[in-house]
Write a protein that binds this ligand. Sequence first.
Ligand code: NAD
Ligand code: LMR
Length: 342
Amino acid sequence: SLEHAFASNVTKEDMGLNHLLQPQASFKVAILGAAGGIGQPLALLIKMSPLVSTLHLYDIANVKGVAADLSHCNTPSEVLDFTGTSELANSLKGVDVVVIPAGVPRKPGMTRDDLFNINANIVKSLMEAVADNCPGAFIHIISNPVNSTVPIAAEVLKQKGVYDPKKLFGVTTLDVVRANTFVAKKKNLRLIDVDVPVVGGHAGITILPLLSKTRPSINLSDEEVEELTFRIQNAGTEVVEAKAGAGSATLSMAYAAARFVESSLRALDGDGDVYECSYVQSDLTELPFFASRVKLGRKGVEALIHSDLQGLTEHEQKALEALKPELKASIEKGIAFVQKQA
Ligand code: NAD
Ligand code: LMR
């Protein structure tokens, strides 16, 4: 399973740190927003990857200390720091994967869409630099609201004439990580065995776990489906409330983002068996962007897994129809934001 693939990479191998002293591949990864709550633990996890030769850490402040600290880990990748807009272009040159967790997080009582005004501008300006300096890279967007920031990123790339829809990803891995954890717990399964596809988008009811497609196959009562779906959809809010004003998920997000980076690097390295859920340009529904399982290859998305939307339960089918208006509005808001400034 996907969990198994990631866990076997990170746990078995990384427990015996020996292989980390031998670089196996030489990919360059940049993190924009690297000094933040997600950026720091994400940088640490990526520093442990045997597939990475160079890690570029960019932020508007505080990144020098993070890089100095991280650079003392005796894993093969080199860590370079870049501070402020004057160093942004250099942070992007030659990178294979760029991960963007830059932006403000939610506080209790806010929706992800309440972050739009600040984060839309941040993502737009960072994407202009990505388009100019590493248009061929895989781009992983974490900044919320993902349902809108990915369409924003696509519009910027289109305006710059370098949009490759196969290489632009909204990171929804945390929804899958959460779904796997909650389902395994409820059904007393081994965590490593459970894989739940999560489709749609990344906010509230647009997060649609396809519990009927859980592997291994499980029996859930209607009440269990309701309860699990609600918990998965509100897990971000659960963390925002527990942190009580100090931000949103950072550690579990870094774990999920690191898994998505590792999967991307494996695909870039030629592994022909890499699947992840991600929010991408899609023809699975009438909406231009939609999260689903995708097959990753050297050139990005190799295929969308159409079968995930076939044979849904009545509950899932209803939830799918119900999420479309909200997701559509978020997509259109992102597109309009870039187009009105053109
Ligand atoms: P944070 O405030 O701890 O860190 C954000 C970092 O971004 C800061 O270091 C800040 O200096 C930096 N930043 C701000 N403007 C920047 C710019 N123009 N260029 C570069 N860096 C800039 O926040 P966080 O907890 O790390 O969360 C970051 C974002 O990730 C939020 O929008 C949050 O909602 C989102 N998020 C998404 C998911 C997901 O599943 N996709 C999960 C958790 C959080
Ligand atoms: C999450 O799902 O944890 C993130 O999108 C952050 C948030 O605001 O909930």
